[in-house]
Design a protein around this ligand. Sequence first.
Ligand SMILES: *Cc1c(COP(=O)(O)O)cnc(C)c1O
Length: 374
Amino acid sequence: MRFETRAIHGGLDHDNHARAIVPPVYHSTVYELSEAGKQDDELLYSRLDNPNRRQWEALAASLEGGAGAAAFASGIAAATAVLQALDPGDHVIFPDDLYSGHRMMITGLMNRWNLHSSFVDATNANTIREAIRPETRLIWMETPSNPMLRITDIAAVCELARSRGLISCVDNTWPSPVNQRPLELGADLVMHSSTKYFGGHSDTLGGLVIAREENELMERIRFIQRLGGAVPSPQDCWMLARSTRTLAYRMRGHNAHGAELAAFLARHPKVGAVHYPGLSGHPGHETARRQMHGFGGMISFEVKGDASQTLKVVAGAALIRRATSLGGVESSWEHRLSTEGEGSKTPGNLIRFSVGLEHPDDLKEDLERALSVL
Ligand SMILES: *Cc1c(COP(=O)(O)O)cnc(C)c1O
């Protein structure tokens, strides 16, 4: 079956004894056991597993083309589980343009537990190769990166990882499996913040790890999910599965509006650089064309002004909401430097824009209004 069809029907055959077209939310935290005591595939306790999580994990795994998925309470919990599946003393290579909350989790939490990390320019596989040490275990990718939308060649880096016996993991939050499927390009693991495009309505937190193979590594990740306990509620799993039914169609809108507004901004006299991999002048455009099926709804752009003028632009819109996060049906944007705070290398005139599903002409008028403060 094709992606759109799997998105609508996937996962529903798990624990759906009543054959409901829309499955119920199982609020129960406990399940009655067999007289003979707990049997292998029996549900026991909702932290360990529950019907809504099984449905959501089966759906997500199917859309990424993975053997299985583990759902978490947030994207950062999913990323933490991948790193906790390694051993103290192991070394991980990360892109230097990594989601800032993830970077803080690594330096503020994982490094204290003796996980070593390097942050390198991931637009170049040679830079990654040079960063490999004897104790390196994993190469992390995030492409397009956040917030600069730099592109990593997923197939080339996965090939490098495999040749050196390393695990490859891609944070696929921004493109979603509609626009990019890293497991097909050779990655071992995909991580998601399902808070973003899977959820799509800015109302549910969630995270995922999806594995190409059910192996020992994935077993460890599931162990951390169940015993670490950063699990989504049955209600959250239900919400995320419900929203995912429309993912393919929402992404088509995000892709179309993203491309249209990136071109509009690139022509605008008050805008300098526009970072969008769909633009032919973007340094990663050729690689993005090879590995992406659409370029998404995220645009970062630099206005011709300083940080305080940029804050005025962000405040000058009537429709586009001033908020962090992304992937909602509503457009939002932020002055990224002030969100990232101290230590950020993001330019002070950069606006990170999550293009929503409003009519693009309304968005263009709003951009015109906001940029007129310059
Ligand atoms: C938001 C985000 C995360 C973190 O996910 P949460 O659901 O907020 O914990 C990780 N990676 C990327 C690329 C993100 O955009």
